[in-house]
Design a protein around this ligand. Sequence first.
Ligand code: PEP
Ligand code: MG
Length: 580
Amino acid sequence: MQRLQGIAVSPGVAIGEALVMGNEGFRIPRRFVARDAVDDELERLDKAFVAAASQIERNRDAVSRELGAQYGAIFEAHLQMLGDPRLRGELDQMIRERHYSPEYAVSRALRRYVKVFQTLENSYMAERAGDVLDIEKRLLKNLLGHRREEISSLTSPVVVLAHELTPSEVANLSREFVLGLVTETGGPSSHTAIVAHGMGIPAIVGTGSFLTDVSGGDVVIVDGDHGLVILHPDEETIARYRHDVEEHRTLEARLATLRDLPAETADGARIRIYGNIEFPHEVGQCLARGSDGIGLYRTEFLYLGAETAPDEEGHYRAYSSVVEAMNGRPVVIRTFDLGADKFLGQRPPDDEPNPFLGLRSIRLALRNLPIFRTQLRAILRASALGDIRVMFPLISTVLELRQAKMVLADVIEDLEEHRQPFNRDIPIGMMVEVPSAAIMIDQFVQEVDFLSIGTNDLIQYTLAVDRSNKDVASLYSASDPSVLKLIQMTVTAANRGSVPVNLCGQMSGNPIYTMLLLGLGLRHVSVVPSAIPEIKKICRSVTIEHCEQVALRALALENARDVTSYLKEELKRILPELAH
Ligand code: PEP
Ligand code: MG
């Protein structure tokens, strides 16, 4: 049994067979073979070895011809490894005696070799680990042939383990078959993490390297509540976690009874709890949990992975389906927030050295007006169908906000000229997620109909901590007093100016912050859909007076660690079952 600590980004527990991505990118279907199938399986392994050897020889010859014999020698080394009788003997023994399937045996044995290479002091030898992984991949390809299962077409439940996944790769995972998710890289608020959370998949990021310790088909536990990955768990541990899964289900069922009750505090303050969505289909989850509307629709997911931006009709279809399904409840559509870690196409442009500080979000929109205007037209047209509100992301100066509003006014004029129906009084809001916006909040309050605090970015820009970098994750905290002060400033100014203010960063879905946020004066929060019942339960169990005391105490503390432990204690006193 081996335990790894990572960053918990999506709660819940998953127990299942590993699908190791990145190397082979497909799963190993069976771990064991029947006793009477052993000879056939050994023959299959033989064939895979012969095929792999002839492929490597072909590569060696082609590379030697093109680049010279010294490059061809790389493949010569692969051939030698493949021909090593010790490796073959080990595999035969695993299949004969332990009845491992050839795929599983290959993966287990070669990954053990990789580990040995990686621990060698000599860096030349350590780098040979990559060669061994290459041989593993080649043998697996030959063994699995057409039966390879691609990640996008899974047919049975797995726990996905990967070095790194992009937000769009996660978005394309099957919710039916992906039980849990672990990545070696990634930080607490990366969009990859947010998408996994939105999909309700228990997930852990930033574990550091471990993929060579597992083979596809191994049993893995993902403890998404504590950021713990357990490889090769023993029976007792599996039983304990199965019990946790059951308890989780019971708690969920109890919370589900709150669906039709309002989020009203014990002393009568009505709190609005909205859902954050990335895709139109998530509306169903929000409705099923009794959400008051959609507080953040991250529309950039319409663009992700695509080579070109969606056309107006593509936008319109998405927005109209959401607003119609919400049936009169408000839907806040955020204009696209591309750049940083979300791109049109798969990867960032090479010439963007500092993407989180670069041409991102509203800045990108204002430099690409045709794409921006197309989206705004679709949002406005959909506003004829229900309560749609438009929100601009990453606003850092008043002039930038005015520029965005001018583009909107221009599109409005255009629609009027063409006599298109839309809501002329569509509410216009902005996100407060750059410290400059919080600092200058009194000015912004006069320019918008509503505000939404994006703490995911506000934390990263206030503390200068990349939200998707595991190496600085310990510095990234919503509890930091500097962040709390900026939230307080924003909420106070908004309330003073009677401008509704929401908080839609991940912190609003974390139960430890609910009392603090209510105490700071927030009455609107937008959370990941799965968190709606928990947050509603807390709202219904507290008084505003008590929350205000909690906020006062928290604001007086001097560091994030003290704030977090104080808030956890407070929650435990009121609702111990929700304090993980
Ligand atoms: C935020 O920054 O808090 C936010 C809600 O926006 P995103 O996570 O999409 O950057
Ligand atoms: Mg943001």
